[in-house]
Design a protein around this ligand. Structure first.
Ligand SMILES: [Zn+2]
Length: 62
């Protein structure tokens, strides 16, 4: 599973279905800040189906 953090906007993988925090230690993202990649793709279908881990993907506002 791929996940995306709304705070640092980076992607990471986890074997957990609901990661309790952002994978990156320099980020304070919690369970409430994590979205699964499917959610991100719905917001911006131009993103790749398989994201690059650690890459920053910025969602356009609005
Ligand atoms: Zn983060």
């Amino acid at each position: 599973m791929y996940f995306w953090c709304t705070l640092c906007q980076r992607t990471f993988t986890s074997v957990e279905l609901n990661p309790s925090q952002c994978h990156f230690s320099d980020c304070e993202g919690s369970v409430y800040d994590i979205r699964d990649w499917e959610w991100v793709l719905e917001k911006d279908p131009s993103f790749p189906e398989i994201p690059k881990v650690g890459e920053k993907y910025s969602l356009r506002k609005g």
